[in-house]
Design a binder for this molecule. Structure first.
Ligand code: 5AD
Ligand code: SF4
Length: 442
């Protein structure tokens, strides 16, 4: 019998990457590699990487330097770089980071065991082929780092929107949707393991599309099918593109108690000029119309966003438009970034990265400060309200408190009493911070 080997997977980047690491864990388990939590016991380390901003890549490079001491202790240790950075930098990575033995892009994970066999006979091994079909539909992911309550299901891969700033179409290839039957089967599996919440993942979930004979299953119909699997299974999804957010989807959310009232709708900028340069394919007024539709069809729905400051040619007026849009929407939450030029993107090829870093920083601080105010305001208005909270864990601050989320995806902390992880608890909100609601069970 072949000896079992220890695999340590470290993940950087988005939820998609965390989900991919679980697919990799499963593929490797079928080949006698078992994922472990203690890096010092590893025979193989995979670092699942992100290329979205330069800073993400620098963090990975720093981590690779830290692996040197592990390789000194164990010269047989194999280090593999997988994911977006592997895809973007290809063989160049072997030259730049000699510690690396193996490189695999996001569509090449089935090849990992044979790549490892090559490494074992002394070669460096790489597979960075992108595929138009690979969805890993038949793989039942291992659940890494799990709280046993909420899990990810990847429903589509790739992206072909070609936002001018974004590296993802180059690192993850063409958009493709996964067979709905395999998605439903994965949901059933999770339920049988005791999971209570699933987040459906894709770069652009609302352009999900699967042809079943003559019938097209779109994202709204997939969501409806999943919502009807089990009323006790909560559903979330990320990420949606404003250009594809349909009323049909909003009605589906409104009609099902177990589809969470929280929509992440990245706007990136409030200025039409910048949106056009970003190739976002919607305008400020289109976005405002979509927010109005959400407010009308799903009252009380939380709305969050992603914002980029300092994109090419962004003026103070453009920045003001972003601030005013943020105020108008009153976001509950936002991820905010300085623009980082990525090689080969349209923005890198055609536009000048002409906003000085100091101005990017100043604008970033202004949007962060505004978002803090908006988040606090949003949380304050929840004081006195009652929410159903799905308990996820013991609170980080105190063993006597539990932490979970309400439908709006807000973190709610409350006294433990006799409740445990996985319980749905009705909680009334008594206090808050910018990041957390504080309440008591009723
Ligand atoms: N620079 C800064 N932020 C970026 N994002 C994507 N590409 C870049 C870039 N080149 C942000 C967007 C996206 C989120 C995942 O990352 O806001 O929605
Ligand atoms: Fe990073 Fe984008 Fe790749 Fe996710 S898809 S890991 S955010 S580059």
């Amino acid at each position: 019998m072949e000896k079992n080997l220890n695999l340590y997977i470290e993940t950087f980047g988005c939820q998609m990457n965390f989900s991919d690491s679980e697919i990799v864990g499963s593929l490797m388990a079928d080949n006698n590699y078992f994922t472990i939590q203690d890096i010092s016991l590893a025979d193989v380390i995979f670092i699942n990487t992100c290329s979205i901003r330069d800073r993400a890549e620098q963090r990975v490079r720093k981590r690779l330097k830290e692996f040197r001491s592990l390789k000194k202790k164990n010269p047989d240790l194999i280090v593999g770089v997988i994911g977006c950075m592997a895809e973007r930098l290809k063989d160049k990575l072997f030259e730049e980071e000699p510690i690396i033995d193996l490189i695999a892009g996001p569509d090449a994970y089935r090849d990992l065991p044979s790549l490892l066999n090559k490494v074992k006979i002394g070669q460096k091994a790489a597979n960075i082929l992108l595929s138009a079909e690979e969805t890993y539909a038949d793989i039942n992911p291992v659940r890494l780092d799990s709280n046993g309550v909420s899990a990810f299901i990847s429903i589509m891969r790739g992206c072909q929107n070609y936002c001018s700033y974004c590296v993802v179409p180059f690192t993850r290839g063409k958009e493709r949707s996964r067979d709905p039957e395999s998605i439903i089967k994965e949901a059933h599996n999770l339920i049988s393991m005791g999971y209570k919440e699933v987040t459906l993942l894709g770069q652009n979930v609302n352009s999900y599309s699967w042809n079943q004979g003559k019938e097209e299953i779109n994202f709204a119909s997939l969501l409806k099918m999943l919502a009807e699997v089990d009323p006790a299974l909560r559903l979330r999804f990320a990420t949606s593109n404003p250009k594809d957010l349909s009323d049909e989807l909003l009605h589906t959310i409104a009609n099902h108690e177990n589809i969470c009232n929280s929509i992440h709708l990245p706007v990136q900028s409030g200025s039409d000029k910048i949106l056009k340069l970003m190739n976002r394919k919607y305008t400020r007024s289109w976005y405002i119309d979509r927010i109005k539709a959400i407010r009308e069809i799903i009252p009380g729905c939380a709305i969050s966003t992603d914002l980029i400051t300092g994109f090419c040619s962004e003026t103070e007026e453009d920045h003001m438009e972003t601030l005013s849009l943020m105020e108008w929407v009153g976001y509950d939450f936002a991820f905010m970034f300085k623009y980082s030029e990525r090689p080969n993107t349209t923005a890198a090829e055609k536009y000048n990265d002409d906003v000085p870093d100091s101005i990017k920083g100043k604008r970033l601080k202004e949007i962060i400060d505004l978002q803090q105010k908006l988040s606090l305001k949003s949380n304050m208005k929840d004081i006195g309200e009652k929410f159903e909270v799905l308990t996820e864990s013991i609170s980080k601050r105190s063993d006597e408190q539990l932490s979970g989320r309400n439908s709006q995806n807000k973190v709610v902390v409350f006294p433990k009493e006799n409740y445990k992880t996985g319980d749905y608890v009705d909680v009334v909100i008594t206090d808050c911070t910018t990041a957390t609601l504080i309440g008591k069970p009723i």
